[in-house]
Design a protein around this ligand. Structure first.
Ligand SMILES: Cc1cc2nc3c(=O)[nH]c(=O)nc-3n(C[C@H](O)[C@H](O)[C@H](O)COP(=O)(O)O)c2cc1C
Length: 238
């Protein structure tokens, strides 16, 4: 049985993938448990090495542990963003003009960290290690995180994956009884988007896909008509 969102806006898989943006502003609406269940079902359907399913998700809504975890991560988020804002010069250059993408991003981030504790749902995706860490171990947890975000999009919600837990991981482990040997992989917040959903902006597919050899764009690599791109990303040869 699949969950039918209250205001159905059926969206195909490819369109959903192309319009699952990082959502950092939420309304005060709670996330109904049916919607949450649909998201967590999708998350737990993700692939993992040998189908071991080492992923576990701690869902934090409004219980006492949820409030404390949100407080801990919220404080950490404000420290991390404050440092990044200064170090990366978000208020300098084009950031000084309020209409630029850089300035908009800074406003969104500032709002996000200031209201972190109000995020309707906080999810901490974890990976139960069954061997010494290998470089690919994230491949058994991050697809599940993306499934969660895609499913949120599908049922009318949105979220963002961050690393804001890292500096308060010891406190979170103690609070939530996370055992040793469990990797805390991310911090995800979810809620009803306060703004619009819309297409993600990336670099053109031909810049990111090669065939046969490094840096050889395939002749067939074309973005769908109307695709808009971002200027962000690694420096490119002129
Ligand atoms: C591995 C990873 C780490 C991220 N870390 C953060 C983070 O710490 N804080 C944050 O606000 N967003 C974080 N994001 C979200 C990205 O900033 C976001 O996906 C990117 O800016 C593109 O925006 P869009 O997905 O809305 O197009 C992270 C995303 C990924 C995949």
């Amino acid at each position: 049985m699949s969950y039918e969102p209250e205001s159905p806006e059926p969206i195909g898989l490819l369109d959903g993938i192309a319009s699952t943006r990082a959502i950092r502003r939420y309304t005060d609406d709670p996330v109904p448990t049916e919607a949450l269940n649909a998201m967590m079902f999708a998350a737990t359907r993700a692939p993992s090495g040998s189908n071991r399913q080492p992923f576990r998700f701690i869902v934090l809504r409004d219980g006492p542990n949820a409030r404390e975890a949100k407080r801990l991560i919220g404080e950490s988020a404000r420290r991390i963003w404050g440092g990044k804002r200064a170090a990366d010069g978000y208020d300098r250059g084009s950031g000084a003009d309020a209409s630029t993408p850089k300035a908009r991003m800074a406003r969104t981030m500032q709002h996000y960290v200031e209201h972190f504790e109000d995020s309707p749902v906080l999810v901490l995706p974890c990976l139960v290690r069954y061997r010494e860490p290998v470089p690919t171990e994230g491949a058994s947890i991050y697809p599940a995180c993306q499934n969660l975000l895609l499913a949120a999009r599908a049922v009318g919600y949105g979220g963002v994956l961050t690393g804001f837990h890292v500096f308060v991981e010891p406190q979170l482990r103690e609070l939530l009884h996370v055992p040793d040997g469990v990797f805390m992989a991310a911090t995800i917040t979810i809620g009803k988007p306060a703004g619009r959903q819309g297409p993600v902006r990336r670099r053109p597919v031909a810049e990111l896909v090669f065939e046969e050899s490094w840096d050889e764009p395939p002749a067939w690599a074309e973005d769908p008509p109307g695709t808009r791109h971002t200027a962000a990303g690694p420096p490119r040869p002129q």
